[in-house]
Design a binder for this molecule. Structure first.
Ligand SMILES: NC(=O)C1=CN([C@@H]2O[C@H](COP(=O)(O)OP(=O)(O)OC[C@H]3O[C@@H](n4cnc5c(N)ncnc54)[C@H](OP(=O)(O)O)[C@@H]3O)[C@@H](O)[C@H]2O)C=CC1
Ligand SMILES: O=C1O[C@H](COP(=O)(O)O)[C@@H](O)[C@H](O)[C@H]1O
Length: 489
């Protein structure tokens, strides 16, 4: 099975190795892959950051991170020591040409010249260009090198272009891996299997049978310790421009001829290019933005966004958009996309509402079937069907659910999406990474909305923490007789 095959020996060079992302996600993900037997003994993880510590100091931090973020039942002292044995650390300012590049070069030159080298940028994106320039000028970019770029790729088209140009000067597109962790989620990848491996699904996957599509990513958490980042971002930039548009692409794309990276990415790009532009004239009707106020989440009282921030802000913590994919397949089908912080519950899901049967056999019209792809939690698929109500003499209907939970063999939880993606970069498989033109097409669609919002062309709504969002969001759906999933019967 592919997921337990060992990858080739590699050097993973992490820029930003002392940061939150490395400690919380990257090191635990690599540990878990080592635990699964996928990481060869001679692989190396080379952390770099400006913090002046030696290898022992860094290994101590890495050990602490594993103790914190790897559950006890899968953290074995022997494996932890083996993992920590792979780690090196080089103190380095990635933006300065006169920093200790020689030290990094010396460590890298201990491995064969044709070794796979992954440069992972877990720093602020503004640094990516100068880190690449320094890698190049110090002769560290080899034909076997790849660079993984963390989000956000810009805050608009201009900044995205600057980042992509900066990296693109030194790495060809084929060596650039833009990560989107939603594509690493098992249930997101499953959309392709569900659609294209099941003729019964494929046959009904268009506006002829589908009334509307909803894509939700809601969280109960607020902005946690990331307020300074989040307040410059907001829900549209943080979740919709990247993760949720990618999910929309998988739901809406035409069948690719193969699962080869560029074939899939071309199919996604075609969807992004077919998104109907939202203009100053349509933005108030097609979008809703909001900020959470104080409320109760999971039984705990929590402050509002502005209280947490301690200053006024025009940044949305909730965004909902009615998007349209202008292709023959999706004519007249709204794609409702929404994301929220401090929502009533954590849920990411895709809800496909089918048109109802035109029959008059049963008195009232039967409800349209609903297919729910549960991205997380409780990953699985449910299909709401109409069945005869067995309790009554009259021939009436009720709904029954076909519900399947998708699990790994042995009932194990799915690996974190970073686990798959980190090793795909080693394998040289970019299918789950985003190509430059996709990023640009997504900004082309999102930018006019952000501009209109910044000019207050759409009022900022409020919603209580622990609710499902502003009322105007439900009203946007009601205009066409639609309801958000939680309001469906
Ligand atoms: N944290 C998260 O959950 C997520 C983060 N991201 C993205 O990942 C990136 C990193 O985020 P996060 O870990 O939270 O940020 P942190 O601020 O926690 O870490 C930043 C890292 O960059 C290093 N750094 C800063 N300047 C330089 C420099 N000039 N040269 C070399 N290293 C430098 C810092 O170390 P030092 O000060 O020692 O140099 C530190 O290791 C950002 O782009 C973020 O948007 C994306 C998704 C989720
Ligand atoms: O990229 C991000 O995603 C997380 C949500 O990810 P999930 O896998 O838990 O759904 C979000 O909290 C964060 O703000 C955003 O930057």
């Amino acid at each position: 099975m592919e997921h337990v095959q060992q990858v080739e020996p590699f050097d993973y060079v992490i820029f930003g190795a002392t940061g939150d992302l490395t400690m919380r996600k990257l090191l635990p993900a690599l540990y878990n892959r080592l635990r699964m037997g996928q990481i060869p003994d001679d692989a190396r993880i080379i952390g770099t950051a400006r913090t002046d510590i030696d290898r022992e100091g860094y290994v101590a931090r890495a050990r602490e991170a594993l103790e914190r973020f790897i559950p006890d039942d899968v953290r074995s002292p022997v494996l932890v020591d083996r993992f920590l044995g792979l780690i090196h650390y080089v103190t380095l300012d990635g933006t300065r040409a006169d920093s200790q590049w020689g030290d990094l070069s010396a460590v890298l030159s201990e491995a064969p010249a044709d070794r796979i080298r992954v440069y992972y940028f877990a720093t602020a994106p503004q640094l990516y260009g100068s880190i690449c320039e320094n890698l190049h000028s110090h002769g560290l970019v080899t034909p076997h090198s790849r660079v993984v770029l963390e989000k956000p790729i810009g805050t608009d088209m201009a900044t995205a272009t600057a980042i992509n140009d900066g990296v693109g000067q030194y790495f060809p597109e084929s060596q650039i891996y833009r990560i989107d962790h939603y594509l690493g989620k098992e249930t997101v990848q499953n959309v392709l299997a569900l659609r294209f491996a099941n003729p019964i699904m494929n046959a009904i996957w268009s506006g002829e049978q589908i009334e509307s599509v909803q894509i939700t990513a809601a969280e109960t958490v607020g902005v946690e310790g990331r307020a300074s980042y989040y307040d410059t971002s907001g829900a549209m930039r943080d979740m919709i421009q990247n993760h949720l548009l990618q999910v929309l692409c998988l739901v809406a794309m035409e069948a690719p001829d193969s699962l080869e990276a560029d074939t899939v990415r071309n199919a996604k790009l075609a969807v992004l290019n077919a998104l109907r532009p939202i203009t100053d004239e349509t933005v108030a009707a097609e979008t809703v933005r909001g900020q959470y106020t104080a409320g109760v989440v999971g039984g705990q009282s929590v402050p509002g966004y502005l209280e947490e921030l301690g200053q006024p802000s025009n940044t949305e913590t909730y965004a909902a958009v009615r998007a349209w994919v202008d292709t023959p397949r999706w004519k007249g089908v709204p794609f409702y996309i929404r994301t929220a912080k401090r929502s009533a519950r954590k849920v990411s899901e895709i809800v496909i509402r089918f048109r109802s049967a035109p029959t008059t056999l049963f008195g009232s019209a039967p409800a349209g079937n609903v297919l729910v792809i549960r991205v997380q939690p409780n990953e699985g698929i449910e299909l709401h069907l109409n069945v005869k109500n067995p309790a009554l003499d009259a021939y009436t209907l009720r709904t029954a659910d076909l519900d399947t939970t998708i699990r790994m063999e042995g009932g194990l939880p799915f690996p974190d999406s970073y686990e798959r993606l980190l090793l795909d970069a080693v394998r040289g498989n970019p299918v789950l990474f985003i190509r430059r033109d996709e990023v640009e097409a997504a900004w082309r669609w999102a930018e006019p909305v952000l501009k209109a919002w910044s000019e207050n062309k759409v009022p900022m709504q409020t919603y209580s923490a622990g609710s499902y969002g502003p009322e105007t969001s439900a009203e946007m759906l009601a205009e066409r007789g639609d309801k958000w999933h939680e309001d469906m019967e």
